[in-house]
Design a protein around this ligand. Structure first.
Ligand code: SAM
Ligand code: SF4
Ligand code: F3S
Length: 489
């Protein structure tokens, strides 16, 4: 399959569509006597969040403003876009339920445009279902084509018919004309590659996101330098398998080069996700140990502790290979944390195989884990595997795993107590009034209070600042503390 890089040739078409839509929405706004709004719902992983920042950038450039922060996720707006995820079955259910709500809203505002994009739109059955059962949806497009939003919207407005643009092409929407509406004042998401070639047998992502393709190193470097100049404190390098960055590019640059480049740009924190055990290089672990601004946190999915399950999952490593990585990381990055993903109840999982997972969890002492019950995905190889594990067995295994992992997470948090940590402040905490939240360089979540005499004027000025926080209490998934001082930068 060919990789098409979006070139400057597209920018003329793109800008024209953007201009025509601004005129259209401008007129509509005058007619209605109010500003026009958009509501962008984002499900799934950070790659979808990064896509939504681009969609939001384009909608803003058309003159629309984000619908007020009423706390109502399903707030009606003049343009509604649902950016969907298909990784597990329950993700799919959101969409069809929510569409019913927007159908009602469209009755009050017939000019409303409803669009659906994201990974679900790469599953033909979902597109068919929208075609047949949700005719009020104006536009459907897939994640490889988000950069064409202005063209598709224009087509939908002009035709008044449902437009579906789902194709095969593996684009890299990589050019400078893309407006990005970054949602965090201090954290910038930077996809460095798209797609995935690994075809783990349970996973929909390679079908939804297409083949792996890496952005040009020079483009990434330019974006990182811009972000550093704009004052972003944290950058998050994104890809389904960042460690295989550079395959297929001609300049010989690998992920370690991107990581070193981000570190050289001078961000306070450089983060990345996700790493695949088969591709993580020793060089990357060395960099994590030696560069103070690279986050001391490795997210690396184990999936199972059983070699036979890993084989059925098409994860080409053994649990011994996985231990070599975690052992090396613990040695080179002693203050660091390791988090993982684990699937329970993969087809054919026996009690012995599950016991191997529990053993591996105890061995690796994960600081946190995302634990999932296996969910069958249409079109994947595992869909055809025999011996589905009965739901009651899955539920019981899942709770045994959680019990162990919760203890390990609490132990990891306990180690932070009594010490002062540098915390990057993310904002006001969910714990309530007067409490703030942030993360240590090892990605531990810290909720903390600020003594009155240290309080600067205005909460907003705290987001993105670094502070020293003395931790005095561990909770199951976070720690509590009191700020000692803000760090002057
Ligand atoms: N590329 C990442 C990696 O391999 O580390 C994973 C990205 S995937 C979006 C996040 C996690 O979802 C996976 O690591 C896996 O644990 C989980 N997952 C994916 N497909 C699943 C399925 N069909 N059922 C349950 N969990 C699934
Ligand atoms: Fe899915 Fe495996 Fe690719 Fe991760 S590496 S996105 S789990 S296929
Ligand atoms: Fe979901 Fe697609 Fe991400 S399936 S997890 S949004 S790559």
């Amino acid at each position: 399959m060919s990789i098409v890089r979006v070139t400057d040739a597209d920018s003329g078409e793109f800008n024209n569509a953007l201009k025509e839509l601004s005129i259209y929405f401008g007129r509509l706004s005058e007619e209605k006597g109010r500003d026009l709004t958009f509501n962008l719902l984002t499900y799934g992983c950070q790659l979808n969040e990064a896509d939504s920042e681009k969609l939001s950038g384009m909608l803003t450039a058309m003159g629309l403003t984000r619908a007020g922060d009423s706390g109502d996720e399903l707030a009606p707006a003049d343009v509604v876009i649902m950016n969907t995820c298909s990784v597990r079955e329950n993700a799919d259910k959101h969409l069809f339920g929510n569409l019913g709500v927007f159908k009602q809203a469209k009755k009050d505002n017939p000019d409303m445009i409803i669009a659906v994009c994201g990974c679900m739109m790469k599953v033909p059955a979902n597109v068919e279902k929208i075609r047949n059962s949700f005719p009020f949806v104006d536009l459907v497009f897939d994640p490889q084509q988000i950069h064409r939003l202005p063209l598709f919207l224009k087509e939908a407005v002009e035709s008044g018919k449902q437009v579906a643009r789902v194709g095969d092409t593996d684009y890299i929407a990589d050019d400078d004309f893309f407006p990005i509406d970054r949602q965090r004042k201090f954290r910038a998401l930077v996809p460095i590659m798209y797609g995935c070639n690994n075809f783990c047998t349970y996973c929909i992502v390679p079908y939804a996101r297409g083949r792996e393709r890496s952005r040009d190193f020079a483009k990434i470097k330019a974006e990182l330098e811009d972000l550093a100049a704009l004052g972003y404190k944290e950058v998050m390098l994104l890809g389904q398998n960042v460690n295989s960055y550079g395959n297929g590019n001609s300049d010989g640059k690998r992920f370690a080069d991107v990581l070193a480049c981000a570190s050289d740009c001078g961000f306070a924190r450089v983060r990345f996700m996700s790493s695949h055990p088969k591709d993580l290089s020793d060089e990357v672990i060395e960099l994590m140990g030696s560069r103070p601004n690279i986050e001391k946190h490795l997210h690396i999915a184990m999936q199972s502790g059983s070699d036979s399950v890993l084989k059925r999952m098409n994860r080409p490593y053994t649990i011994k290979d996985f231990y070599r990585i975690t052992d090396m990381f613990r040695e080179k990055v002693p203050e660091g944390s390791i988090t993982t993903d684990i699937i329970v109840g993969f087809p054919g999982e026996t009690e012995e195989e599950f016991a191997d997972t529990l053993k591996a969890v105890e061995y690796c002492k994960f600081d946190a884990a995302f634990t999932f019950q296996y969910s069958v995905r249409p079109g994947t190889a595992a869909e055809k595997l025999p011996d589905r594990v009965p739901q009651d067995v899955v539920t019981e295994r899942f709770s045994r795993l959680l019990e162990i992992q919760n203890r390990l997470a609490a132990e990891s948090n306990q180690k932070k107590v009594g010490k002062t940590h540098e915390v990057l402040i993310e904002g006001i905490s969910k714990q309530g009034e007067g409490t703030y939240t942030g993360r240590t360089i090892s990605n531990h979540l810290v909720n903390f209070t600020i003594p009155a005499e240290l309080m600067p004027c205005g909460d907003a000025s705290l987001e993105g600042r670094l502070a020293l926080v003395k931790v005095d209490r561990a909770r199951p998934y976070s720690v509590d503390g009191v700020m000692e001082r803000l760090i002057n930068e």
